[in-house]
Design a protein around this ligand. Structure first.
Ligand SMILES: Nc1nc2c(ncn2[C@@H]2O[C@H](COP(=O)(O)OP(=O)(O)OP(=O)(O)O)[C@@H](O)[C@H]2O)c(=O)[nH]1
Ligand SMILES: [Mg+2]
Length: 317
């Protein structure tokens, strides 16, 4: 196990892939692994890209890779699809041409689906990011299919979040979930070769006008990712946002919040696991549930009784 982490730090790709699989599968040694990795993290810059299925996220990432590699930065790519059961080495979907980069040693690509993500997809994504961070990747791109709350959770791990829309979904701006609008640092209108692009750009700008004037106003960038148009502009905007976060002190602030959340989550995770493991041993849960359903007991005192049964409150007195 220690050897695996050492291999990772040395830049062994297979070690990276294996470690991600281990954390995904909630391996028993997972916590130990993440502990060993943690001191080597904190150097990567994380960019989240979210958008509807088929909006062109992978095509965009593929194009962006060329800009990033041209500057000599190493890249980790995690493609997260909450609708797919598949995880593993290959990128999700076959449409993607990222395979061109597969031989590039400085590019590491990994897809994640729901199977194997026993601890929850956003949690495994966060942990995979840590692995790639320790692996030494300068930049980590997380591509998420925007289908629900999960992508909001996933992109909360990103330093910069790109929300990708297409003009084709003419009503997309109205139907966008509030949460998604809030997390966007940059908007990309991909498939700008299709009609309706100008209207979509205008609608988003109008929406941004109405929003309270935050100190960062997201740029709205039309792209045609299959032809590489607008990619340079996007890469410039990304770097601007990063610079903004760094110089305003917000990056440090946001990362502190993230650590706060992670610590809280980890405590809750441990408590929950421990409590349920013990309660299940000592209590006939189903019987209790039926009693509550028959109104012979109530859920409030029953919860306390459950915790009492494992002496949960004892340390307090
Ligand atoms: N016309 C046009 N088609 C595009 C553009 N970008 C991507 N596409 C096409 O849109 C389809 C989906 O592209 P992907 O890059 O796989 O989209 P995605 O968002 O990664 O898709 P999922 O990962 O399945 O959600 C492909 O057929 C692309 O060729 C574009 O700028 N213009
Ligand atoms: Mg994709």
């Amino acid at each position: 196990m220690k050897q695996l982490v050492e291999e990772l730090l040395k830049g062994n790709r297979r070690a990276a892939a294996r470690l991600i699989t281990l954390v995904e599968n909630e391996d028993r040694q997972k916590t130990e692994l993440l502990q060993a990795i943690y001191p080597h993290t904190g150097n990567a810059y994380v960019v989240g890209i979210t958008g509807a299925p088929g909006a062109g996220k992978s095509s965009l990432v593929d194009q962006l890779l060329q800009e990033i590699r041209a500057e000599g930065l190493s890249v980790g790519i995690i493609a997260v699809d909450p609708t797919s059961p598949f995880s593993g080495g290959a990128i999700l979907g076959d449409r993607i041409r990222m395979q061109d980069h597969a031989l590039d040693q400085e590019v590491f690509i990994r897809s994640m689906g729901t199977r194997g993500s026993l601890g929850g997809l956003s949690r495994s994504t966060r942990e995979a990011i840590q692995v790639l961070d320790a692996f030494g990747k300068d930049l980590i791109l997380v591509e998420t299919v925007g289908v629900g709350q999960s992508e909001v959770d996933i992109v909360r791990t990103a330093d910069t979040t790109i929300v990708l829309l297409t003009p084709a979904s003419g009503d997309s701006v109205q139907t966008l979930k509030a949460g998604i609008m809030e997390i966007a640092d940059l908007f990309v209108i991909n498939k700008a070769d299709l009609p309706g692009t100008e209207r979509t750009v205008a609608e988003i700008n109008m929406m941004l006008d109405m929003k309270n004037s935050a100190s960062w106003r997201p740029a709205v960038i039309p792209t045609v990712s299959i032809r590489g148009e607008g990619i340079e502009e996007l890469w410039t905007a990304l770097k601007e946002h990063r610079l903004y976060l760094e110089t305003s002190g917000q990056l440090a602030e946001v990362r502190l919040q993230r650590v706060r959340r992670e610590l809280t989550e980890q405590v809750e995770y441990l408590v929950k696991n421990r409590v349920w493991a013990e309660v299940k041993d000592k209590f006939v849960l189903e019987e209790l549930i039926e009693k509550i359903a028959r109104r012979e007991k109530d859920p409030y005192s029953s919860a306390c009784e459950l915790l009492d049964s494992i002496n949960f409150f004892e340390s307090k007195s």
